[in-house]
Ligand binder design. Structure first.
Ligand SMILES: Cc1cc2nc3c(=O)[nH]c(=O)nc-3n(C[C@H](O)[C@H](O)[C@H](O)COP(=O)(O)O)c2cc1C
Length: 307
């Protein structure tokens, strides 16, 4: 059976994954933390924690709150910064078979361009995933990913600053995600990833205060799966570049739904906090399904529910 997927078909080097199972940024650290649970080299790709130019301490505690069928988080992009990432993490990645994709986040277009150029040519980095669900500080804090023009500007700046394949990760906190997907696709993105978390909150009735230090958090987990799936389905009908589906995937069945909706690959995030072996369960379940159905090429299943 051939589970390989090409995530950047228009890119000179491409981004070939041996299977479609990827980690969702922020839920798998730098790829080493889960080593005792998961043979990381079996994965299609690892997407590391969101990385910024300077190290960040993140938001005040509490930062996580479980909800029915979901998780609210407000980590606030705590990370070691790009220089420490290059020095401490990439040398090990360079010895791995599995491609590592660096998720980047910025407060200005210039931040994104600087990150992209700094990571260009660094051994061990196979691609960039651009989180555009970040506040544009120069433009009054409106998220880049909420405005098609700003989303396209970031995409163009990143593409101009790097020779790496670029996946743009979209936020679902918009009226029309198709409009944003089309804008970043026209601006040169090699692929899109959707979705990031949905905004939400919880209140502790004993303290009569918001449960999260940041008040607002991002909702992930099974609760968001139908929303993410529909967004993938809608976007797949409009854009030509590959789609990475993400949001509430906990099983191979969930992953196959995203693939049949039109995703070429999928990312598993929150499910790992419940089942640390979730990534491999998803991979093995996809293989079993293909065997059972007599499907030799994963590509036969991509978009199968659209025909
Ligand atoms: C604890 C936590 C941290 C996250 N950090 C990031 C991040 O740094 N960058 C990013 O683009 N997405 C981040 N995400 C969003 C996930 O990558 C993913 O898009 C989202 O959680 C939906 O997938 P899931 O339901 O499988 O978790 C984070 C999610 C969680 C739960």
């Amino acid at each position: 059976m051939n589970l390989a997927v090409q995530l950047a078909p228009a890119h000179p080097r491409g981004l070939l994954l041996k299977n479609p199972v990827m980690t969702a940024s922020g839920t798998f650290g730098y790829g080493t933390e889960y080593a005792s649970f998961v043979d990381t080299q079996r994965l299609g790709a690892i997407v590391c924690k969101g990385t910024t130019l300077k190290p960040r301490e993140g938001n005040p505690q509490p930062r996580m709150k479980e909800t029915p069928a979901g998780l609210l988080n407000a980590i606030g992009l705590q990370n070691i910064g790009v220089e420490a990432l290059i020095k401490e993490k990439t040398p090990l990645w360079a010895s791995w078979q599995v491609p590592v994709i660096v998720n980047i986040a910025g407060e200005s277009v210039d931040d994104y361009a600087k990150l992209a150029s700094r990571l260009d040519g660094v051994a061990g980095v196979s691609g960039l995933e651009v989180n555009i669900g970040c506040p544009n500080v120069k433009a009054g804090g409106m998220e880049f990913g909420k405005d098609p023009k700003a989303a396209a500007t970031v995409t163009r700046a990143v593409k101009a600053a790097t020779s790496l394949p670029v996946i743009v990760k979209l936020t679902p906190n918009v009226t029309d995600i198709v409009e944003i997907a089309l804008a970043v696709s026209e601006a040169g993105a090699d692929a899109v990833c959707l979705i990031n978390t949905l905004r939400g909150m919880a209140i502790d009735i004993d303290t009569r205060k918001p449960s999260l230090g940041n008040i607002c958090g991002g909702l992930s987990g099974p609760a968001i799966k139908p929303i993410a799936l529909y967004m993938v389905y809608e976007v797949a009908g409009q854009v030509k570049i590959p789609i990475v589906g993400c949001g509430g995937i906990s099983s191979a069945e969930d992953a196959l739904e995203f693939i049949m909706a039109g995703a070429s690959a999928i990312e598993v995030g929150t499910a790992q906090f419940v089942n640390p072996r979730a990534l491999l369960d998803v991979l093995e379940g996809i293989e079993r399904f293909m065997q059972k159905e007599g499907v030799n090429e994963l590509s036969e299943l991509i978009g199968a529910a659209r025909h």
